[in-house]
Design a protein around this ligand. Structure first.
Ligand code: HEC
Length: 166
């Protein structure tokens, strides 16, 4: 009799631990799936601040290319600016919240940077320094216009959100 009780308890215990095990496996699989899809979306999206840092290093690269007449470098830097990744959903929502309807102008500044950097890359391909400089100036103006209009506001809202989360 005692033996049967032990056997029963063993079976109950065993089945519970199996269930727990399959649950953790399930959770592990789910988080692995989430990670893969996160990685897949990371290809085209990037957090705003690291993206801005990347744009700055691309501008340095272009500048370097201009002063050393290295058209390949100009083209690479300009191409990277033109094809810069989109914002992550989190940053998009933050910008929308911070700017409301003004977001249209924000997007326009971004478009100016994209298009003019694309033209700059094409001008570099054709070794046309004057054209490179013309587009470079418009790109730079686009960066600065967006900053002087919206940067402070977005930094403020980001701070408020960070404080709320703490
Ligand atoms: C459409 C708007 C927009 C355009 C265009 C834009 N930026 Fe920015 N940039 C921002 C905003 C908003 C911030 C502030 C982000 C924050 O701190 O949350 C920022 C911040 C930065 C920073 C500071 C990052 C830090 O470490 O705090 C740098 C550097 C920068 N931008 C470089 C550039 C360069 C270079 C270009 C052009 C090639 C550019 N940006 C174009 C909106 C823009």
């Amino acid at each position: 009799m005692r033996y049967l009780t032990y056997l029963f308890l063993f079976i109950v215990f065993f089945s519970i631990s199996c269930e727990g095990d399959s649950k953790t496996k399930d959770q592990a699989k789910k988080s692995a799936d989430a990670q893969t899809s996160q990685q897949a979306s990371d290809v085209e999206t990037m957090l705003l601040i690291p993206m801005m840092r990347l744009l700055l290093s691309d501008m340095y690269k272009v500048n370097d290319g201009i002063y050393t007449e290295n058209y390949k470098r100009i083209e690479q830097g300009a191409r990277s600016i033109a094809d810069h990744p989109a914002m992550t959903e989190i940053d998009k929502n933050l910008v929308k919240f911070a700017l409301g309807k003004e977001i249209k102008r924000f997007v326009k500044f971004d478009m100016v940077v994209h298009h003019q950097a694309d033209s700059m890359a094409k001008a570099a391909q054709q070794n046309k320094m004057n054209e490179v400089l013309r587009h470079y100036n418009i790109v730079q103006r686009g960066c600065v216009d967006c900053h002087s209009n919206y940067r402070t506001k977005i930094i403020e809202i980001r701070k408020m959100q960070d404080e709320k989360q703490q």
